[in-house]
Ligand binder design. Structure first.
Ligand code: DGL
Length: 269
């Protein structure tokens, strides 16, 4: 007997789609729900207290409506701030997203790593911990950018995203003392892999970009390894639901990008 309960991905905006992509590649017939807190977006400029108060409550409502088998906090900001509170509030497995500092340290030859996240993520003690555990012999430079979150949102809406704006964001890393030695950048916000090509083109010298997406997808596949998914052949291929806490014109403008990723139905929470 198959079990049709979905995997629910949660982010403030479209960033979680960078986790959906590698997960779909591993679980092509799984049913997904994509939830975006558009009414609370952006998270990166909010306080820890606001995020910790908001996210567990929203996830409780989403879990009640969609009855997921697993929840993925596809957002570094919410994960680094509120993962323990979210896990305590829900009676479900929860997978979080943390900055990929460990794989970056494995790749860096110059032992100089850039961490690009939201302002809220890069100031977390969680990032200090990851650095001490996995990159103690590296110089780890951090930069928080709300601008890059906005650029990723614009890109998915098909709006213009001028190259000089990406270069200016990267300047926040490369212009720091020692920044010219950076050879690996951690995309520590789920929005940023969506514009990885733009970032690579704007970098002053070739760098590698890493993010947690592929590792999180493997973790999701492992946690759901006993699931028998329905035959996707009986479904239209883009009939998964994307749900927004506010559904207005800015969210409706995302419909083509969402449909291209399997989310052909838009709902409001
Ligand atoms: N995508 C989110 C993250 O991974 C947050 C973006 C925002 O709302 O500022 O941190």
């Amino acid at each position: 007997m198959h079990d049709d309960r979905p995997i629910l991905f949660f982010d403030s905006g479209v960033g979680g789609l960078s986790i959906v992509g590698p997960t779909r590649a591993l679980l092509p017939t799984a049913r997904f729900v994509y939830a975006a807190d558009s009414a609370g977006f952006p998270y990166g400029t909010r306080s820890e207290a606001e995020i910790a108060a908001r996210v567990p409550v929203l996830l409780g409502r989403l879990a009640e409506r969609y009855r997921p088998r697993l929840i993925v906090i596809a957002c570094n900001t919410a994960s680094t701030i509120a993962l323990p509170a979210i896990r305590a509030a829900l009676d479900l497995p929860v997978v979080g997203t943390v900055p990929a500092i460990k794989p970056a340290a494995g790749l860096s030859v110059t032992r100089t790593i850039g961490v690009l996240g939201t302002e809220a993520t890069v100031r977390q003690a969680y990032v200090d911990d990851l650095t001490a555990r996995f990159a103690a012999d590296c110089t780890v430079l951090r930069h928080g950018s709300a601008e890059l979150v906005a650029l990723a949102e614009a890109h998915l809406r098909g709006l213009p995203t001028p190259p000089d704006r990406f270069a200016a964001v990267l300047g926040g890393l490369f212009d720091q003392p020692g920044g010219d030695r950076i050879d690996v950048i951690v995309n520590a916000c789920t929005h940023f892999p969506l514009v990885a090509d733009h970032l690579a083109r704007a970098a002053p010298h070739p760098v590698r970009f890493v993010d947690g997406g592929p590792g999180i997808a493997r973790r999701i596949a492992w946690l759901t390894r006993d699931s028998v998914w329905p035959d996707r052949g009986q479904r239209s291929g883009n009939d998964d639901v994307a749900v927004f806490t506010r559904l207005g014109d800015p969210e409706l403008a995302l419909a083509p990008a969402l449909a291209a990723r399997g989310f052909g139905r838009l709902e409001s929470l």
